[in-house]
Design a protein around this ligand. Structure first.
Ligand code: 0X9
Ligand code: ZN
Length: 326
């Protein structure tokens, strides 16, 4: 990206994924989980949504899973680059660094590096773009599209003012819950890797998380230096509030950010974390990196990347030697 050489573009991110899969065939694979909005309209344009899956594929059994999505807000460049570097670090460390080796032998990593590639291309062209590129909504205005982090199906319609019903708003929730192809792809994929084993209605968000859940859902944004956990729609504590706070505070110990329940920042609804925790009982966090949507490369390189790589390494460690919800 001009002036910010440390941030890979959508295409450069995909080239990295392709070469990691080529170089580490037993450890890395790429999974096409769906299409961007533009691709649904014109298959020759737009993007596939690609999950980079990392694990030692020669060791079987059910492994704890960490799903991370990044840069769902188009102009937030820092998250995708951080996660791409985390993938590179894990793979380069296999067989060399005992920690990386153990993590890949006994866990699965699922990284949706570019969660909003259409929007990201708009941002790379010099626009301050946040939403997806759905031109059916506010298409003739300067801010079309749907805020994907207000489009998720749990609490989408909750009455707290945490999203907008106006198509031209930056927090437009969309015409219906999960109306967007990017949202649908994430929902379908995370449902497939995190089967909900809790008793009762699997889609009832009032049921607390399964104590044996060995999974983690992270959505990485920029910026504000925060570690946030559900709920975002309500000031009521979640069913696993103490355990979520504990892991949140530990991640924050590594990156130095402010840990808090998401609603404390401002109320939201239809966000990724309330969906993953509310529907599947998976511990979920939103991390807001750094001091700008994309900071200068020296700051990213010397500060934001190293301390958040430490937080991610720590979080991955808790998957197995279990971080148990109470
Ligand atoms: O408003 C958002 O979607 C996030 N901030 S950003 O500047 N990256 O747009 C914060 C969301 C916080 N709330 C929840 N995660 N529930
Ligand atoms: Zn964001």
């Amino acid at each position: 990206i001009p002036g910010y050489a440390c941030y890979r573009t959508v295409e450069e991110t995909q080239q990295t994924v392709d070469s990691l899969v080529d170089n580490y065939p037993l450890l890395a694979s790429a999974i096409d989980i769906g299409d961007s909005w533009r691709r649904t309209r014109n298959g020759a344009q737009g993007y596939d949504l690609v999950v980079l899956k990392l694990t030692n594929s020669t060791t079987g059994g059910t492994k704890p899973k960490m799903f991370v999505m990044s840069s769902v807000h188009a102009r937030e460049y820092t998250p995708a680059e951080l996660m791409t570097r985390y993938a590179e670090e894990l793979l380069a460390g296999y067989g060399v660094d005992p920690d990386a080796t153990w993590l890949l032998d006994h866990n699965e990593f699922h990284f949706l590096l570019q969660a909003n590639p259409d929007g990201r291309k708009r941002a790379e062209a010099g626009n301050s773009w946040r939403k997806n590129e759905n031109l059916d909504y506010c298409g003739s205005g300067t801010r079309p599209g749907i805020d994907l982090n207000r489009n998720f199906p749990v609490f989408w319609n909750y009455n707290n003012g945490g999203s907008s019903t106006s198509a031209c708003s930056e927090t437009y929730r969309g015409p219906g819950a999960a109306s967007e192809p990017e949202t649908q792809a994430v929902i379908e994929y995370v449902r497939s890797i995190f089967p909900d084993t809790r008793p009762g209605n699997p889609e009832d968000p009032s049921i607390p998380a399964d104590p044996d859940t060995q999974g983690l859902f992270l959505d990485i944004h920029s910026y504000s230096q925060l570690v946030l956990w559900p709920w975002g729609h309500s000031t009521a504590p979640s069913g696993n509030a103490d355990a979520l706070a504990t892991l949140g505070m530990r991640m924050a110990w590594f990156n130095g950010y402010e840990p808090q329940q998401a609603v404390g920042l401002y109320p939201t609804r239809g966000t990724t974390d309330d969906f993953a925790y509310g529907e599947m009982g998976v511990p979920s966090y939103t991390i807001e990196l750094g001091v700008a949507f994309f900071e200068n490369c020296t700051t990213f390189q010397n500060n934001t990347a190293p301390k958040n790589l430490q937080a991610l390494r720590y979080a991955a460690r808790t998957l197995h030697a279990p971080y148990r919800l109470p």
